[in-house]
Write a protein that binds this ligand. Structure first.
Ligand code: G3I
Length: 314
């Protein structure tokens, strides 16, 4: 790979992006996608509502498109995501306990089998915790109880033994109640032999608020014998951007990459999109955005150089 992915490759790591296959013909989107990254994550195309909108009826079109383009470019793929409370169709949520447990295993098995050996990392379970460290009271939790997470990982290992299996969450970048709850769960998994390989830290951050103990937090998980990764990095600001905010953002990207690069078991950083033109942020946080490495006209921001510097490049 060239670009950011090329820099990462030098240390056996990756820099990835989230991709929307509907945008690849917009401006420089496709070129940046193909040349700057050595890993990709489907932003939406591998979620449950995209893959299995009604029971037993799979739609692989967009997921296959993402997969084939990545393979044509020699990029790794992070699978995102198998078990989540969001973007999961109503039919799943309406199932009885017994049916739901079966549907979870069936979905994991079918999806992972289709891409067996081709998806390096899977986010098996996404966002299962509340910020206070308690379990999120999702339909998964309410119907299946605590054991659904371990069950999902067992089904995932059986479906594709070559994939690295991750639990993934947000607001877990610092050492806090939520990251500690995940730490306790994965420690238990290691003791009990539940198959898990890694922990993903989404890192949807705000300028000037990169946690000072980000590296230390990643390291405590690595010390359990797990891989770690920054899986959905973006660093937002109040829009419009100005020179001062962009300079802060540059240094924040540098700090985030450096936190990963300082931890041997940190496998890479995925940025949650390419251009500020397309990002989930303004929809969810009105008045905020400009969180990515290319601006709305596909010009590189200084945050790009900050990222390279964080990887020890120049
Ligand atoms: O597909 C429909 C389309 O048919 C419809 O016309 C349109 C109208 O709003 O909506 C389209 O669906 C949107 C979908 O993205 C695909 O574009 C949804 O409204 C929109 O809510 C959805 O947002 C995604 C969001 O996850 C949903 O939770 C974002 O693109 C995606 O970036 C975001 O990603 C999540 C990660 O998966 C998990 N971690 C947090 C991260 C940011 O929220």
């Amino acid at each position: 790979a060239s670009g950011l992915g090329g820099v990462a490759e030098a240390s056996g790591r990756y820099v990835g992006t989230a991709v929307d296959p509907g945008r690849v013909n917009d401006g420089s989107y496709g070129t940046i996608l193909d040349t700057e990254f050595n890993s990709v994550t489907a932003e939406n195309a591998m979620k449950w509502d995209a893959l299995q909108p009604s029971q037993g009826q799979y739609n692989w079109t967009n997921a296959d498109t993402v997969m084939r383009r990545a393979e044509a470019n020699g990029q790794m793929v992070r699978g995102h995501t198998l078990v989540w409370h969001s973007q999961t169709p109503q039919w799943v949520q309406n199932l009885s306990t017994t049916q739901l447990r079966q549907a979870m295993v069936d979905h994991i098995t079918t999806v992972m089998t289709r891409y067996k050996g081709r998806i390096a990392h899977w986010d098996v379970v996404n966002e299962a915790f509340n910020d206070d460290g308690s379990r999120r009271q999702s339909f998964w939790q309410q119907k299946l109880g605590d054991s659904y997470i371990a069950d999902a990982f067992r089904a995932a290992r059986a479906a594709d033994p070559s994939a690295k299996l991750y639990i993934n969450d947000y607001s877990t970048d610092a050492i806090n109640s939520k990251s500690t709850a995940i730490y306790n769960l994965v420690s238990q998994f290691k003791q009990q032999g539940v198959p898990i390989d890694g922990v993903g830290f989404q890192a949807h951050l705000i300028i000037n608020q990169v946690p000072s103990n980000f590296q230390q937090n990643l390291q405590r998980f690595a010390d359990l014998g797990l891989d770690v990764a920054i899986t959905e990095l973006d660093i937002r600001m109040q829009t419009p951007p100005d020179a001062a905010k962009l300079a802060t953002q540059k240094s924040d990207y540098q700090k985030s990459f450096a936190a990963c690069w300082a931890v041997t078991r940190c496998k890479g950083v995925t940025i949650w999109g390419i251009t500020d033109k397309f990002s989930w942020i303004p929809d969810v946080f009105p008045g905020q955005g400009a969180a990515l490495l290319w601006n709305e006209s596909y010009q590189k921001k200084s945050a790009y150089d900050g990222s390279v510097a964080g990887m020890g490049g120049t």
